[in-house]
Design a protein around this ligand. Structure first.
Ligand SMILES: [Zn+2]
Ligand SMILES: [Zn+2]
Length: 191
């Protein structure tokens, strides 16, 4: 399958629209037809090379879309589901995951910089087979996005995609920040 994506080949350079191909997908992968993706400051930082993210890279990590294909082991979503894509896959077994802190998941943090899936295998290639990286396990500046099922969060069909995509990063971080500031306010009151 071929599809178009905005690819970063060089830091600070403009993205170029390229025709990419899907590499071999895994049984836990989900293929999402992207309906809306927004631009987060983290995308800009990646484009400017602040993360040292390997290239070539498809940025984009705040997106929503429709499930188009699922691997045979996928249980969380079905074809046709509307999903928000999460940049925080988590193993469910490490020190932090078992304490309900998946944002600190050890494999998640250890493998984010490689910009592939947890298993370290590329899902996207250029024509000819050269691998292409996906920013933050997503790479949503594309017509389709290959994500692990742990990154596919089902949402109701009546949420517009251009609103749903914001839940993928901005809304989540705002909510986390609010909880942190509430906790620190309570802590200050106790002092
Ligand atoms: Zn973001
Ligand atoms: Zn974990």
């Amino acid at each position: 399958m071929k599809f178009e994506a905005a690819v970063l080949s060089e830091s600070h350079a403009p993205l170029s629209i390229e025709l990419l191909e899907l590499a071999q997908l895994s049984d836990t992968d989900v293929l999402v037809r992207v309906q809306a993706t927004s631009l987060c400051h983290t995308d800009l930082e990646a484009v400017e090379g602040h993360f040292g993210t390997p290239l070539p890279l498809v940025p984009g990590h705040e997106a929503a879309g429709i499930v188009e294909w699922i691997g045979k082991s996928v249980t969380q979503v079905q074809i046709g589901d509307h999903v928000v894509m999460s940049w925080n896959p988590h193993c469910g077994e490490c020190f932090y995951c078992t304490r309900h802190q998946p944002i600190l998941c050890e494999p998640y943090r250890a493998r984010t910089a490689q910009s592939y899936h947890f298993d370290g295998r590329p899902r996207l290639t250029r024509e000819g087979g050269a691998p292409v990286h996906q920013l933050m396990y997503l790479g949503a500046f594309a017509e389709v996005c290959v994500i692990d099922e742990r990154c596919a969060v089902k949402v109701p069909h009546d949420i517009p995609f251009n609103r749903a995509c914001l839940i993928g990063c901005g809304v989540r971080l705002a909510s986390v920040r609010r909880r942190i500031s509430q906790k620190s306010r309570k802590a200050r009151q106790l002092l």
